[in-house]
Design a protein around this ligand. Structure first.
Ligand SMILES: Cc1cc2nc3c(=O)[nH]c(=O)nc-3n(C[C@H](O)[C@H](O)[C@H](O)COP(=O)(O)OP(=O)(O)OC[C@H]3O[C@@H](n4cnc5c(N)ncnc54)[C@H](O)[C@@H]3O)c2cc1C
Length: 315
């Protein structure tokens, strides 16, 4: 098979795993507001969707459309084919099994916030949704779309990483499962190969864990400057285990392993891990603030997330 073409651009890339054709870094950024022409299909099964994606070199998938439609209108991506996942009910399931919860890629933010299984077993996801945009975006945006878009500031990624989530990626050639933090290859870039779909996310149940998400943004609907998600097991007021997910603090969402190690064993009320956090973040400078400012904000976000965790454990 000839090398697959990235959306809207000819490519001679020879690497075995080519970039996701829907990465925001592809194509031509411009002032256009009307998408370039493309074909649109709405398959009714996952198998059909994978077949279509396998057959078409320059295809993009459409989930909630909250990011993709803007990319299409600005011609940042110019696919020949858009495959709408909206009719795939199998990607809307939330399955509770002993020890794990699996959430389909097409589950919306709004459903995550309301679903009793999510609220009980992965509460950090429901807490995080409260920080995402507005009602309209939460009604349309999906978990799979948010993770696949790979925005370094995308709030949900931090929660999924803190909860120890794994993503299942499926293509016509087979499937693979990765820890969520390994989905990312850089800003707005994932390791998803052309034709590959993120189909679901599995997390261990955290029914007895204490959780928190604290995010700092300049204004409520602005991108998160620093977001800290915590999922902690506490025994006799000490943190015995903890997952830490960070967003806005690197070129991709991060699993903060050193920060988690520093927090383990500390008393819940007085836990501190600022030095470890400072060593493992590398915020990108942006119009929202220079890297040094964002490092300071990160320390504040960690302190406040820990305070929120303590309050939650006491309630
Ligand atoms: C006004 C506004 C405010 C926002 N504020 C926030 C915020 O505060 N916090 C936050 O985290 N996000 C925010 N977002 C982003 C929002 O969360 C996005 O909608 C979301 O990141 C993308 O989800 P979607 O389902 O709409 O995906 P789409 O826009 O449909 O797709 C996004 C990208 O992912 C790819 N994709 C989608 N699903 C899959 C899949 N299953 N497998 C492989 N690739 C896939 C698409 O091809 C596309 O490249 C905001 C968006 C808007 C418009």
């Amino acid at each position: 098979m000839p090398p697959r073409r990235r959306c809207g651009a000819t490519s001679t890339a020879s690497s075995r795993r080519l970039p996701n054709p829907c990465d925001r870094s592809t194509g031509v950024e411009g002032a256009a507001v009307i998408p370039a022409p493309f074909r649109y299909v709405r398959p009714s099964t996952l198998a059909q969707a994978l077949e279509l994606l396998n057959a078409e070199a320059a295809a993009c998938v459409l989930a909630g459309g909250q990011s993709l439609l803007t990319q299409l209108k600005s011609r940042a991506v110019t696919p020949d084919l858009v495959v709408d996942l909206g009719a795939l009910d199998e990607l809307r399931e939330i399955r509770s099994r002993p020890g794990t919860v699996t959430i389909g890629a097409m589950v919306t933010f709004a459903r995550l916030a309301k679903n009793p299984v999510v609220r009980e077993s992965v509460p950090v996801l429901a807490q995080t949704v409260a920080h995402v945009a507005d009602v309209q975006v939460r009604n349309r945006g999906t978990l799979g779309g948010s993770l696949s878009y790979a925005d370094p500031s995308g709030d949900l990624a931090g929660a999924v990483i803190a909860a120890g989530g794994t993503v299942r990626l499926v293509s016509a050639d087979g499937e693979r499962e990765l820890p969520a933090e390994q989905l990312y290859a850089g800003p707005f870039r994932t390791v998803l190969a052309p034709g590959e779909l993120l189909v679901d996310v599995t997390m261990p149940r955290h029914d007895t864990a204490h959780t928190a998400y604290y995010a700092v943004a300049r204004r409520p609907a602005d991108p998160t400057l620093a977001g800290v998600a915590l999922v902690a097991t506490v025994d006799a007021d000490r943190i015995t285990d903890i997952g830490v997910g960070l967003v806005g603090l690197g070129d991709r969402p991060l699993a903060a392993a050193a920060t988690a190690r520093a927090l383990r064993g500390q008393p819940l009320g007085g836990a501190e891990a600022g030095t470890a956090l400072a060593d493992e973040i590398a915020p990108l400078p942006s119009t929202a603030g220079q890297a040094e400012y964002r490092r300071a904000v990160a320390l504040t976000a960690l302190e406040r997330a820990l305070r929120q965790l303590t309050q939650e454990a006491a309630s």
